[in-house]
Design a protein around this ligand. Structure first.
Ligand code: ADP
Ligand code: MG
Length: 340
């Protein structure tokens, strides 16, 4: 466990160990202090352990629907399931639902915004490296062949229709973010104004905690089981991407699941993780992946240019950007806080 120091804001440090897959997580202990227990559910979907909770009289009904909705989204958006609608789209079947077309269109816009650091056409590469299944190091010739069919520039999307032009879509980089957005929308429909969801490295914080305090979200220390920082947020989403989340080792080298769409290899990033805070979970999810691919210098420039609220973590630095410093309540002593 790393040592954390408090920033000028008050608040007792609350930390717990979490599994390797858990990048951002909710610090629930504070709630015990106010004596109100939330309604809670946990389940496995989208290849991750999901925890949802809510307060108020409609909480139970809302959580039941949010659980069902997450499973529906998994069945809609998984590129690796033969039954998903995304798979049908990738196999050339039309028509496709407006929901899938909208999300695919949003993925293309985010690819455009990030100059292809986030690229939803990486599926042939993901399959080659076996991140949905058995992981292995492909031959260079296989990577070259896969790269021929990768590139969001080949896609044409007008909102009503998407033309793949030989590519195949992987929405794994935004599926959890979209699920976080749906969680927020469903909460509003059920009249729930205080709720929280953790989809592995993706968090949705609806409203604030009962009693008016912000939600506390831990950003995992990429080098240990502890926390690198604690954020205090309201009504927003927080997404973290890091190469340590899903990886395998071959001949002493680590190969992780965030790919550089230009090289076809796992991104050689000097970042250990990138966290994005944004009211849109879909955007936060894509941008955290993109920042990680970009690496420190490009990510800093990109966040400043586009006012992306982010926290970048390198081997020994923690770099908050575009107002993220105001959300940090605690920082691990193992990192130097860099003010950009
Ligand atoms: P996770 O979903 O594991 O939390 P991310 O949100 O960072 O992690 O997305 C990683 C997933 O997105 C990969 O498993 C893969 O399916 C896909 N992916 C990998 N590299 C990229 C990329 N550069 N652009 C878009 N999607 C990617
Ligand atoms: Mg992502």
């Amino acid at each position: 466990m790393v040592k954390l120091i408090k920033t000028k804001k008050s608040g007792k440090l609350l930390a717990k160990n979490c599994g390797a897959a858990c990048l951002v997580f909710f610090l629930a202990l504070a709630l015990a202090a106010c004596g109100i227990s939330p309604a809670e559910r946990d389940f496995f979907a989208m290849d991750t352990y999901i925890e949802i909770q809510a307060y108020g009289k409609n909480a139970e009904g809302f959580l039941t629907e949010a659980n069902t909705e997450t499973i529906r989204l998994e069945n809609l958006l998984s590129a690796h399931s033969e039954k998903s609608e995304l798979n049908a789209l990738n196999s050339g079947k039309t028509p496709n639902s407006p929901e899938l077309l909208n999300l695919a269109g949003e993925a293309v816009s985010l690819a455009d915004l990030t100059g292809g650091a986030f690229d939803p056409t990486v599926l042939p590469l993901v399959e080659l490296w076996g991140f949905g299944d058995e992981m292995r190091v492909p031959k260079q010739s296989e990577i070259d062949a896969a790269l021929e069919t990768v590139g969001y520039g080949k896609l044409r999307s007008d909102g009503n229709k998407i033309t793949l032009n030989g590519t195949r879509l992987d929405l794994g980089g935004i599926a959890k973010g979209y699920a976080a957005d749906r969680f927020g929308l469903l909460a509003a429909q059920h009249g729930v104004d205080s709720a929280f969801a953790s989809f592995g490295g993706m968090v949705a914080a609806v409203g604030q905690k009962p009693g008016g305090k912000p939600w506390r979200v831990g950003v995992k220390d990429p080098r240990s089981d502890g926390l690198a920082a604690v954020l205090e947020v309201r009504d927003t989403c927080v997404s973290t991407s890091g190469g340590y989340e899903r990886y395998f080792t071959h001949e002493g080298k680590i190969y992780h699941h965030i790919l550089d769409p230009k090289t076809g290899y796992p991104a050689e990033s000097d970042l250990l993780s990138a966290t994005v805070v944004d009211p849109s979970g879909t955007r936060a999810d894509a941008l955290s992946t993109a920042l990680y691919v970009m690496g420190k210098d490009r990510a800093i420039e990109f966040c400043k240019e586009n006012q992306i609220c982010a926290i970048l973590i390198t081997e020994n630095e923690l770099i908050p950007l575009s107002g993220a410093d105001r959300l940090i309540s605690e920082i691990s002593q193992s990192y130097e806080l860099i003010k950009e």
